[in-house]
Write a protein that binds this ligand. Structure first.
Ligand SMILES: Cc1cc2nc3c(=O)[nH]c(=O)nc-3n(C[C@H](O)[C@H](O)[C@H](O)COP(=O)(O)OP(=O)(O)OC[C@H]3O[C@@H](n4cnc5c(N)ncnc54)[C@H](O)[C@@H]3O)c2cc1C
Length: 487
Protein backbone atom coordinates (compact mmCIF):
# COMPACT_ATOMS: atom_id res chain seq x y z
CA UNK A 1 0.00 0.00 0.00
CA UNK A 2 1.41 3.43 -0.89
CA UNK A 3 1.86 5.89 1.95
CA UNK A 4 -0.59 8.82 2.08
CA UNK A 5 1.81 11.77 1.96
CA UNK A 6 -1.05 14.18 2.65
CA UNK A 7 -2.39 12.38 5.70
CA UNK A 8 -4.05 14.77 8.18
CA UNK A 9 -3.75 17.68 5.78
CA UNK A 10 -5.93 20.64 6.67
CA UNK A 11 -8.74 21.89 4.43
CA UNK A 12 -7.29 25.34 4.15
CA UNK A 13 -3.97 27.18 4.55
CA UNK A 14 -3.24 30.88 4.31
CA UNK A 15 -0.40 30.08 1.91
CA UNK A 16 0.58 27.02 -0.09
CA UNK A 17 4.22 27.03 -1.19
CA UNK A 18 4.99 24.82 -4.20
CA UNK A 19 8.57 23.61 -4.03
CA UNK A 20 11.16 23.38 -1.30
CA UNK A 21 14.18 24.99 -2.96
CA UNK A 22 16.05 27.63 -0.94
CA UNK A 23 13.63 30.34 -2.13
CA UNK A 24 10.50 28.34 -1.28
CA UNK A 25 11.87 27.24 2.10
CA UNK A 26 12.82 30.81 3.01
CA UNK A 27 9.44 32.22 1.95
CA UNK A 28 7.66 29.53 3.98
CA UNK A 29 9.76 30.30 7.04
CA UNK A 30 9.22 34.05 6.83
CA UNK A 31 5.46 33.65 6.32
CA UNK A 32 5.09 31.17 9.17
CA UNK A 33 7.00 33.49 11.51
CA UNK A 34 4.50 36.23 10.59
CA UNK A 35 1.71 33.99 11.90
CA UNK A 36 0.31 32.56 8.65
CA UNK A 37 -0.61 28.91 8.26
CA UNK A 38 1.76 27.54 5.60
CA UNK A 39 1.77 24.27 3.68
CA UNK A 40 4.92 23.43 1.69
CA UNK A 41 4.55 20.80 -1.02
CA UNK A 42 7.76 19.39 -2.54
CA UNK A 43 7.70 16.81 -5.30
CA UNK A 44 11.06 15.28 -4.34
CA UNK A 45 11.54 13.25 -1.18
CA UNK A 46 14.24 15.70 -0.03
CA UNK A 47 13.89 19.40 0.66
CA UNK A 48 16.49 21.82 -0.73
CA UNK A 49 15.86 21.69 -4.48
CA UNK A 50 19.18 22.25 -6.24
CA UNK A 51 20.75 22.84 -2.84
CA UNK A 52 21.07 19.13 -2.30
CA UNK A 53 23.40 16.20 -1.74
CA UNK A 54 23.48 12.46 -2.19
CA UNK A 55 25.18 9.49 -0.55
CA UNK A 56 26.88 6.50 -2.12
CA UNK A 57 28.15 3.19 -0.81
CA UNK A 58 31.59 3.44 0.77
CA UNK A 59 30.61 6.37 3.00
CA UNK A 60 30.62 8.93 0.19
CA UNK A 61 28.58 12.08 0.33
CA UNK A 62 28.46 14.60 -2.50
CA UNK A 63 27.17 18.17 -2.47
CA UNK A 64 25.61 19.39 -5.71
CA UNK A 65 25.68 23.17 -5.42
CA UNK A 66 27.86 23.92 -2.41
CA UNK A 67 30.79 25.52 -4.25
CA UNK A 68 30.65 29.09 -3.09
CA UNK A 69 28.40 32.05 -2.37
CA UNK A 70 28.97 35.65 -1.26
CA UNK A 71 29.33 36.80 2.35
CA UNK A 72 25.80 38.26 2.26
CA UNK A 73 24.55 34.74 3.10
CA UNK A 74 25.64 35.25 6.71
CA UNK A 75 23.34 38.24 7.19
CA UNK A 76 20.43 36.68 5.28
CA UNK A 77 20.67 33.42 7.22
CA UNK A 78 20.91 35.24 10.57
CA UNK A 79 17.89 37.41 9.78
CA UNK A 80 15.62 34.92 8.08
CA UNK A 81 16.87 31.59 9.43
CA UNK A 82 18.89 31.03 12.61
CA UNK A 83 22.09 32.16 14.26
CA UNK A 84 23.33 28.56 14.16
CA UNK A 85 22.98 28.47 10.38
CA UNK A 86 24.69 31.86 10.00
CA UNK A 87 27.54 30.77 12.30
CA UNK A 88 28.32 27.76 10.08
CA UNK A 89 29.17 29.87 7.05
CA UNK A 90 32.93 29.96 6.50
CA UNK A 91 35.27 31.47 3.96
CA UNK A 92 37.09 29.51 1.26
CA UNK A 93 40.53 31.04 0.89
CA UNK A 94 42.12 29.07 -1.94
CA UNK A 95 40.58 30.05 -5.26
CA UNK A 96 42.88 28.94 -8.09
CA UNK A 97 42.92 29.65 -11.81
CA UNK A 98 44.86 27.54 -14.29
CA UNK A 99 44.46 28.31 -17.99
CA UNK A 100 46.71 29.13 -20.94
CA UNK A 101 46.54 32.86 -20.10
CA UNK A 102 47.46 32.74 -16.40
CA UNK A 103 47.93 30.61 -13.31
CA UNK A 104 47.25 32.17 -9.92
CA UNK A 105 45.72 31.72 -6.48
CA UNK A 106 43.55 34.34 -4.81
CA UNK A 107 41.16 34.95 -1.93
CA UNK A 108 38.78 36.38 -4.56
CA UNK A 109 38.04 39.73 -2.96
CA UNK A 110 38.52 43.35 -3.97
CA UNK A 111 41.83 43.87 -2.19
CA UNK A 112 43.43 40.75 -3.64
CA UNK A 113 42.01 41.32 -7.13
CA UNK A 114 43.32 44.89 -7.09
CA UNK A 115 46.77 43.59 -6.16
CA UNK A 116 46.67 40.96 -8.92
CA UNK A 117 45.37 43.32 -11.57
CA UNK A 118 48.13 45.82 -10.79
CA UNK A 119 51.04 43.44 -10.26
CA UNK A 120 50.24 40.56 -12.63
CA UNK A 121 48.14 42.21 -15.30
CA UNK A 122 49.71 45.68 -15.29
CA UNK A 123 46.43 47.61 -15.06
CA UNK A 124 46.39 51.16 -13.68
CA UNK A 125 45.11 51.25 -10.09
CA UNK A 126 42.74 54.13 -10.86
CA UNK A 127 41.09 52.12 -13.68
CA UNK A 128 40.60 49.18 -11.33
CA UNK A 129 39.12 51.40 -8.63
CA UNK A 130 36.71 52.95 -11.13
CA UNK A 131 35.71 49.50 -12.37
CA UNK A 132 35.03 48.24 -8.84
CA UNK A 133 33.10 51.39 -7.92
CA UNK A 134 31.03 51.15 -11.10
CA UNK A 135 30.05 47.51 -10.55
CA UNK A 136 29.39 48.07 -6.85
CA UNK A 137 27.00 50.93 -7.62
CA UNK A 138 24.96 48.83 -10.06
CA UNK A 139 21.40 47.93 -9.19
CA UNK A 140 18.26 46.61 -10.77
CA UNK A 141 17.02 50.08 -11.76
CA UNK A 142 20.16 50.92 -13.76
CA UNK A 143 20.62 51.02 -17.50
CA UNK A 144 19.87 47.53 -18.74
CA UNK A 145 21.08 48.03 -22.28
CA UNK A 146 24.82 47.93 -21.62
CA UNK A 147 26.15 44.39 -21.96
CA UNK A 148 28.91 42.85 -19.89
CA UNK A 149 31.04 42.77 -23.05
CA UNK A 150 30.61 46.55 -23.40
CA UNK A 151 31.40 47.07 -19.72
CA UNK A 152 34.72 45.22 -20.09
CA UNK A 153 35.49 47.01 -23.34
CA UNK A 154 34.96 50.32 -21.53
CA UNK A 155 37.47 49.55 -18.78
CA UNK A 156 39.85 46.93 -20.19
CA UNK A 157 39.81 47.22 -24.00
CA UNK A 158 41.52 44.35 -25.79
CA UNK A 159 42.44 42.56 -22.53
CA UNK A 160 41.02 39.07 -22.96
CA UNK A 161 43.14 37.86 -20.01
CA UNK A 162 41.54 40.39 -17.66
CA UNK A 163 38.09 39.54 -19.01
CA UNK A 164 38.75 35.89 -18.26
CA UNK A 165 39.84 36.59 -14.68
CA UNK A 166 36.79 38.77 -14.07
CA UNK A 167 34.22 36.76 -15.98
CA UNK A 168 34.93 33.03 -15.88
CA UNK A 169 33.94 32.42 -12.22
CA UNK A 170 30.77 34.48 -12.62
CA UNK A 171 29.80 32.46 -15.69
CA UNK A 172 30.07 29.35 -13.52
CA UNK A 173 28.22 31.06 -10.67
CA UNK A 174 25.18 32.27 -12.61
CA UNK A 175 25.45 31.14 -16.22
CA UNK A 176 25.79 34.69 -17.50
CA UNK A 177 27.57 35.48 -20.74
CA UNK A 178 29.23 38.60 -22.18
CA UNK A 179 25.97 39.36 -23.96
CA UNK A 180 23.79 39.53 -20.83
CA UNK A 181 23.03 42.95 -19.28
CA UNK A 182 26.07 44.30 -17.44
CA UNK A 183 24.07 44.68 -14.24
CA UNK A 184 23.63 40.89 -14.01
CA UNK A 185 27.40 40.64 -13.93
CA UNK A 186 28.09 43.72 -11.80
CA UNK A 187 25.67 42.89 -8.98
CA UNK A 188 26.84 39.31 -8.56
CA UNK A 189 30.54 40.10 -9.04
CA UNK A 190 30.42 42.88 -6.43
CA UNK A 191 28.65 40.61 -3.96
CA UNK A 192 31.58 38.19 -4.19
CA UNK A 193 34.25 40.89 -4.24
CA UNK A 194 33.06 42.43 -0.99
CA UNK A 195 34.62 39.66 1.09
CA UNK A 196 35.34 36.59 -1.03
CA UNK A 197 33.75 33.16 -1.34
CA UNK A 198 31.94 31.27 1.43
CA UNK A 199 30.46 27.82 1.98
CA UNK A 200 28.41 26.10 4.64
CA UNK A 201 30.44 24.03 7.11
CA UNK A 202 28.79 20.69 7.70
CA UNK A 203 27.56 20.26 4.15
CA UNK A 204 24.21 20.76 2.44
CA UNK A 205 22.64 17.88 4.38
CA UNK A 206 23.30 19.69 7.65
CA UNK A 207 22.04 23.02 6.29
CA UNK A 208 18.77 21.56 5.00
CA UNK A 209 18.36 19.57 8.24
CA UNK A 210 18.68 22.78 10.28
CA UNK A 211 16.25 24.59 7.98
CA UNK A 212 13.75 21.76 8.26
CA UNK A 213 13.92 21.86 12.07
CA UNK A 214 13.36 25.63 12.04
CA UNK A 215 10.39 25.34 9.66
CA UNK A 216 8.83 22.72 11.91
CA UNK A 217 9.42 24.91 14.99
CA UNK A 218 7.59 27.72 13.20
CA UNK A 219 4.68 25.44 12.33
CA UNK A 220 5.13 24.97 8.57
CA UNK A 221 3.36 21.83 7.38
CA UNK A 222 6.12 20.17 5.30
CA UNK A 223 5.09 17.57 2.75
CA UNK A 224 7.88 16.06 0.66
CA UNK A 225 7.02 13.62 -2.17
CA UNK A 226 3.95 15.74 -2.97
CA UNK A 227 4.06 17.15 -6.48
CA UNK A 228 1.58 19.86 -7.40
CA UNK A 229 -0.19 19.12 -10.66
CA UNK A 230 -2.41 22.17 -10.89
CA UNK A 231 -2.90 25.61 -9.38
CA UNK A 232 -6.61 26.32 -9.00
CA UNK A 233 -8.10 29.62 -9.93
CA UNK A 234 -11.42 31.10 -8.94
CA UNK A 235 -12.94 34.21 -7.33
CA UNK A 236 -10.65 36.24 -9.58
CA UNK A 237 -7.42 34.78 -8.33
CA UNK A 238 -5.49 31.72 -7.22
CA UNK A 239 -7.34 29.81 -4.53
CA UNK A 240 -5.84 26.36 -4.20
CA UNK A 241 -3.76 23.54 -5.62
CA UNK A 242 -4.12 19.92 -6.60
CA UNK A 243 -1.39 17.69 -5.23
CA UNK A 244 -1.27 13.91 -5.25
CA UNK A 245 -4.85 14.01 -6.52
CA UNK A 246 -6.09 16.05 -3.54
CA UNK A 247 -7.53 19.58 -3.70
CA UNK A 248 -6.25 21.97 -1.04
CA UNK A 249 -7.65 25.50 -0.69
CA UNK A 250 -5.62 28.51 0.33
CA UNK A 251 -5.47 32.29 0.46
CA UNK A 252 -2.39 32.55 -1.74
CA UNK A 253 -0.19 30.25 -3.79
CA UNK A 254 3.55 30.85 -3.92
CA UNK A 255 5.31 28.81 -6.58
CA UNK A 256 8.99 28.01 -6.30
CA UNK A 257 8.67 25.74 -9.33
CA UNK A 258 10.13 26.81 -12.65
CA UNK A 259 8.62 30.17 -13.71
CA UNK A 260 7.58 29.13 -17.21
CA UNK A 261 6.12 25.83 -16.08
CA UNK A 262 4.19 27.56 -13.28
CA UNK A 263 2.45 29.86 -15.74
CA UNK A 264 2.03 27.46 -18.65
CA UNK A 265 1.44 24.08 -17.04
CA UNK A 266 0.36 24.62 -13.43
CA UNK A 267 -2.09 27.45 -14.18
CA UNK A 268 -2.57 27.43 -17.98
CA UNK A 269 -2.10 30.23 -20.50
CA UNK A 270 -5.86 30.63 -20.89
CA UNK A 271 -5.96 32.41 -17.53
CA UNK A 272 -3.61 35.23 -18.56
CA UNK A 273 -3.58 38.22 -20.92
CA UNK A 274 -2.16 37.62 -24.38
CA UNK A 275 0.62 40.15 -23.70
CA UNK A 276 1.68 38.36 -20.52
CA UNK A 277 1.67 35.00 -22.28
CA UNK A 278 3.86 36.49 -25.00
CA UNK A 279 6.27 37.88 -22.41
CA UNK A 280 6.39 34.47 -20.68
CA UNK A 281 7.09 32.67 -23.96
CA UNK A 282 9.89 35.13 -24.67
CA UNK A 283 11.69 34.36 -21.38
CA UNK A 284 14.91 32.49 -22.12
CA UNK A 285 16.05 29.80 -19.73
CA UNK A 286 19.54 29.91 -18.36
CA UNK A 287 22.01 27.14 -19.17
CA UNK A 288 22.25 23.83 -17.36
CA UNK A 289 25.20 21.93 -15.87
CA UNK A 290 27.21 18.74 -15.87
CA UNK A 291 29.02 17.41 -12.85
CA UNK A 292 31.40 14.58 -12.07
CA UNK A 293 31.43 13.29 -8.48
CA UNK A 294 34.65 11.68 -7.33
CA UNK A 295 34.79 9.89 -3.98
CA UNK A 296 38.19 9.33 -2.36
CA UNK A 297 38.53 5.87 -0.80
CA UNK A 298 38.32 5.73 3.00
CA UNK A 299 41.78 6.04 4.52
CA UNK A 300 43.23 7.83 1.45
CA UNK A 301 44.21 11.49 1.57
CA UNK A 302 44.91 14.11 -1.03
CA UNK A 303 47.28 17.06 -0.75
CA UNK A 304 45.90 20.58 -0.77
CA UNK A 305 45.33 21.79 -4.33
CA UNK A 306 43.07 24.76 -3.52
CA UNK A 307 39.37 24.82 -2.61
CA UNK A 308 38.00 25.95 -5.94
CA UNK A 309 40.04 25.38 -9.05
CA UNK A 310 38.98 26.99 -12.33
CA UNK A 311 40.72 25.04 -15.08
CA UNK A 312 40.62 25.41 -18.80
CA UNK A 313 42.79 24.67 -21.80
CA UNK A 314 40.73 26.95 -24.05
CA UNK A 315 42.92 29.81 -25.36
CA UNK A 316 40.55 32.56 -24.13
CA UNK A 317 37.27 32.94 -22.25
CA UNK A 318 34.40 31.81 -24.46
CA UNK A 319 30.88 31.21 -23.06
CA UNK A 320 29.88 28.84 -25.86
CA UNK A 321 33.01 26.73 -25.36
CA UNK A 322 32.32 26.68 -21.62
CA UNK A 323 29.00 24.92 -22.28
CA UNK A 324 30.11 22.67 -25.14
CA UNK A 325 29.38 18.94 -24.98
CA UNK A 326 33.04 17.94 -24.99
CA UNK A 327 34.22 21.17 -23.38
CA UNK A 328 37.64 21.58 -21.84
CA UNK A 329 36.78 24.02 -19.03
CA UNK A 330 35.65 22.91 -15.60
CA UNK A 331 35.69 23.92 -11.95
CA UNK A 332 36.91 21.50 -9.32
CA UNK A 333 35.50 21.89 -5.83
CA UNK A 334 37.61 20.02 -3.34
CA UNK A 335 35.93 18.95 -0.11
CA UNK A 336 38.61 18.33 2.53
CA UNK A 337 37.68 16.74 5.87
CA UNK A 338 37.16 20.24 7.34
CA UNK A 339 34.03 20.66 5.20
CA UNK A 340 32.28 18.19 7.47
CA UNK A 341 33.97 18.49 10.88
CA UNK A 342 34.42 15.08 12.47
CA UNK A 343 34.76 13.38 9.10
CA UNK A 344 38.08 12.18 7.66
CA UNK A 345 36.77 11.97 4.11
CA UNK A 346 37.65 13.80 0.90
CA UNK A 347 35.50 14.32 -2.18
CA UNK A 348 35.95 16.22 -5.41
CA UNK A 349 33.14 17.56 -7.58
CA UNK A 350 33.79 18.90 -11.05
CA UNK A 351 31.20 21.28 -12.53
CA UNK A 352 30.80 22.65 -16.01
CA UNK A 353 28.14 24.67 -17.77
CA UNK A 354 26.14 22.76 -20.36
CA UNK A 355 23.50 23.14 -23.08
CA UNK A 356 20.41 21.07 -22.37
CA UNK A 357 19.79 20.36 -26.07
CA UNK A 358 23.24 18.84 -26.58
CA UNK A 359 22.37 16.17 -24.04
CA UNK A 360 18.63 15.86 -24.64
CA UNK A 361 18.99 14.83 -28.26
CA UNK A 362 21.34 11.88 -27.58
CA UNK A 363 20.02 8.33 -27.81
CA UNK A 364 20.40 6.23 -24.65
CA UNK A 365 23.53 4.62 -26.07
CA UNK A 366 25.08 7.95 -27.10
CA UNK A 367 24.12 9.42 -23.73
CA UNK A 368 25.98 6.68 -21.85
CA UNK A 369 29.03 7.16 -24.07
CA UNK A 370 28.96 10.95 -23.65
CA UNK A 371 28.79 10.56 -19.87
CA UNK A 372 31.75 8.18 -19.96
CA UNK A 373 33.72 10.67 -22.10
CA UNK A 374 32.88 13.40 -19.59
CA UNK A 375 34.19 11.26 -16.73
CA UNK A 376 37.38 10.36 -18.61
CA UNK A 377 38.08 13.96 -19.63
CA UNK A 378 37.50 15.11 -16.05
CA UNK A 379 39.84 12.52 -14.57
CA UNK A 380 42.43 13.36 -17.22
CA UNK A 381 42.22 17.02 -16.30
CA UNK A 382 42.44 16.30 -12.56
CA UNK A 383 45.57 14.16 -13.00
CA UNK A 384 47.49 17.34 -13.68
CA UNK A 385 46.91 18.37 -10.05
CA UNK A 386 46.68 14.94 -8.37
CA UNK A 387 48.75 12.58 -10.58
CA UNK A 388 47.64 9.36 -8.85
CA UNK A 389 44.02 10.41 -8.44
CA UNK A 390 42.61 7.34 -10.19
CA UNK A 391 44.22 5.09 -7.55
CA UNK A 392 42.68 7.11 -4.76
CA UNK A 393 39.09 7.09 -5.95
CA UNK A 394 36.62 4.31 -5.41
CA UNK A 395 33.53 6.05 -6.71
CA UNK A 396 32.99 8.16 -9.84
CA UNK A 397 29.72 9.14 -11.51
CA UNK A 398 28.37 11.98 -13.61
CA UNK A 399 25.21 14.04 -13.87
CA UNK A 400 23.98 16.02 -16.87
CA UNK A 401 21.22 18.52 -17.73
CA UNK A 402 18.91 15.51 -18.02
CA UNK A 403 19.63 14.61 -14.41
CA UNK A 404 18.87 18.14 -13.17
CA UNK A 405 15.63 18.24 -15.11
CA UNK A 406 14.52 14.90 -13.68
CA UNK A 407 15.21 15.84 -10.07
CA UNK A 408 13.82 19.38 -9.99
CA UNK A 409 11.39 19.45 -12.96
CA UNK A 410 13.15 22.59 -14.16
CA UNK A 411 12.49 23.11 -17.85
CA UNK A 412 15.67 22.17 -19.70
CA UNK A 413 17.37 21.42 -16.37
CA UNK A 414 18.04 25.16 -15.98
CA UNK A 415 20.67 25.58 -13.29
CA UNK A 416 20.16 29.29 -12.65
CA UNK A 417 16.53 29.85 -13.64
CA UNK A 418 15.98 32.35 -16.42
CA UNK A 419 17.76 35.11 -18.23
CA UNK A 420 17.18 38.70 -17.11
CA UNK A 421 13.71 39.14 -18.68
CA UNK A 422 12.31 36.41 -16.38
CA UNK A 423 12.49 38.69 -13.36
CA UNK A 424 9.83 41.09 -14.69
CA UNK A 425 7.49 38.21 -15.52
CA UNK A 426 7.99 36.69 -12.07
CA UNK A 427 7.30 40.05 -10.38
CA UNK A 428 4.24 40.78 -12.57
CA UNK A 429 2.55 37.45 -11.89
CA UNK A 430 0.38 38.64 -8.95
CA UNK A 431 -0.78 41.62 -11.03
CA UNK A 432 -2.08 39.13 -13.59
CA UNK A 433 -3.51 36.67 -11.12
CA UNK A 434 -4.18 37.99 -7.61
CA UNK A 435 -3.00 35.57 -4.98
CA UNK A 436 -0.44 33.87 -7.23
CA UNK A 437 3.24 34.58 -6.62
CA UNK A 438 6.51 33.17 -7.89
CA UNK A 439 9.88 32.99 -6.19
CA UNK A 440 13.15 31.27 -7.06
CA UNK A 441 16.02 31.68 -9.47
CA UNK A 442 15.11 34.22 -12.12
CA UNK A 443 16.75 37.08 -13.95
CA UNK A 444 20.32 35.89 -13.19
CA UNK A 445 20.59 38.31 -10.24
CA UNK A 446 18.01 36.41 -8.20
CA UNK A 447 19.86 33.13 -8.52
CA UNK A 448 22.39 31.13 -6.59
CA UNK A 449 21.92 30.39 -2.90
CA UNK A 450 21.98 34.04 -1.83
CA UNK A 451 19.82 35.32 -4.69
CA UNK A 452 17.24 32.57 -4.12
CA UNK A 453 17.06 33.21 -0.36
CA UNK A 454 16.82 36.98 -0.78
CA UNK A 455 14.17 36.73 -3.48
CA UNK A 456 12.29 34.32 -1.20
CA UNK A 457 12.18 37.06 1.44
CA UNK A 458 11.14 39.78 -1.03
CA UNK A 459 8.22 37.74 -2.35
CA UNK A 460 7.23 36.53 1.15
CA UNK A 461 6.76 40.19 2.09
CA UNK A 462 4.38 40.62 -0.84
CA UNK A 463 2.47 37.45 0.02
CA UNK A 464 2.23 38.59 3.63
CA UNK A 465 0.78 41.94 2.59
CA UNK A 466 -1.68 40.25 0.23
CA UNK A 467 -2.92 37.61 2.67
CA UNK A 468 -3.14 40.10 5.53
CA UNK A 469 -5.25 42.42 3.38
CA UNK A 470 -7.76 39.66 2.64
CA UNK A 471 -9.18 38.62 6.02
CA UNK A 472 -12.17 36.85 4.53
CA UNK A 473 -10.00 34.71 2.26
CA UNK A 474 -7.93 33.82 5.30
CA UNK A 475 -10.96 32.14 6.89
CA UNK A 476 -12.53 30.40 3.93
CA UNK A 477 -12.69 26.63 4.21
CA UNK A 478 -11.93 24.50 1.16
CA UNK A 479 -15.55 23.71 0.39
CA UNK A 480 -16.50 27.34 -0.18
CA UNK A 481 -13.66 28.16 -2.59
CA UNK A 482 -14.98 28.01 -6.09
CA UNK A 483 -12.24 26.58 -8.20
CA UNK A 484 -11.91 26.29 -11.94
CA UNK A 485 -9.84 23.54 -13.41
CA UNK A 486 -10.09 21.10 -10.49
CA UNK A 487 -10.13 17.54 -11.83
C1 LIG B 1 25.44 22.09 -10.52
C2 LIG B 1 25.03 23.33 -9.81
C3 LIG B 1 25.95 24.06 -9.10
C4 LIG B 1 25.59 25.22 -8.43
N1 LIG B 1 26.51 25.88 -7.66
C5 LIG B 1 26.14 26.94 -6.93
C6 LIG B 1 27.06 27.56 -6.05
O1 LIG B 1 28.19 27.14 -5.90
N2 LIG B 1 26.65 28.65 -5.36
C7 LIG B 1 25.39 29.13 -5.45
O2 LIG B 1 25.08 30.11 -4.78
N3 LIG B 1 24.48 28.54 -6.27
C8 LIG B 1 24.83 27.46 -7.00
N4 LIG B 1 23.93 26.85 -7.83
C9 LIG B 1 22.60 27.46 -8.02
C10 LIG B 1 21.71 27.27 -6.82
O3 LIG B 1 21.79 25.96 -6.36
C11 LIG B 1 20.29 27.60 -7.23
O4 LIG B 1 20.25 28.89 -7.85
C12 LIG B 1 19.34 27.64 -6.05
O5 LIG B 1 19.55 26.54 -5.18
C13 LIG B 1 17.94 27.60 -6.61
O6 LIG B 1 16.98 27.68 -5.60
P1 LIG B 1 15.47 27.88 -6.00
O7 LIG B 1 14.71 27.99 -4.75
O8 LIG B 1 15.38 28.97 -6.97
O9 LIG B 1 15.01 26.63 -6.85
P2 LIG B 1 15.25 25.05 -6.81
O10 LIG B 1 16.38 24.69 -5.96
O11 LIG B 1 15.28 24.61 -8.21
O12 LIG B 1 13.92 24.52 -6.13
C14 LIG B 1 12.70 24.36 -6.77
C15 LIG B 1 11.97 23.25 -6.05
O13 LIG B 1 10.65 23.12 -6.56
C16 LIG B 1 10.34 21.75 -6.63
N5 LIG B 1 9.24 21.59 -7.58
C17 LIG B 1 9.25 21.87 -8.90
N6 LIG B 1 8.04 21.62 -9.44
C18 LIG B 1 7.24 21.21 -8.43
C19 LIG B 1 5.87 20.82 -8.36
N7 LIG B 1 5.09 20.85 -9.43
N8 LIG B 1 5.37 20.44 -7.16
C20 LIG B 1 6.16 20.43 -6.05
N9 LIG B 1 7.46 20.78 -6.07
C21 LIG B 1 7.99 21.18 -7.24
C22 LIG B 1 11.62 21.11 -7.07
O14 LIG B 1 11.65 19.72 -6.83
C23 LIG B 1 12.63 21.89 -6.24
O15 LIG B 1 12.83 21.30 -4.98
C24 LIG B 1 24.26 25.68 -8.49
C25 LIG B 1 23.30 24.92 -9.19
C26 LIG B 1 23.69 23.76 -9.83
C27 LIG B 1 22.66 22.94 -10.55
Amino acid sequence: MTKDRLKDIRDYYDVVVIGGGLAGLTSANVLAKRGHSVLLLEQHYNLGGLATWFRRRGGHIFDISLHGFPVGMIKSCRKYWTQEIADSIVQLKGIRFDNPQFQLETTYDRADFTRLLVERFGIERTTIERFFDTTRAMDFYDDQTQTTRELFEQFFPGRSDVVRLLMEPISYANGSTLDDPAITYGIVFSNFMSKGVYIFRGGTDRLVGLMKAELQRNGVDLRPSCGVDRILTGNGGAGGVVANGRTIACGAVLSNANLKLTIKDLVGYEHFDAGFVEATEAVRLNNSSCQVYMGVRKGETIDYIGDLLFTSVAPTFDSAALRALDGTSRTFSVYYPGTRPGSDRYAIVSSSNANYDDWARLSEEEYKEAKQRLIEATLGSLEKYIPDVRDKLDHVEASTPRTFERYTRHAAGATFGTKFEGLAVSMDLPKQMPGLFHTGSVGIIMSGWLGAINYGVIVANEVDAFVSSQPSRGLEPARSVRTEGAP
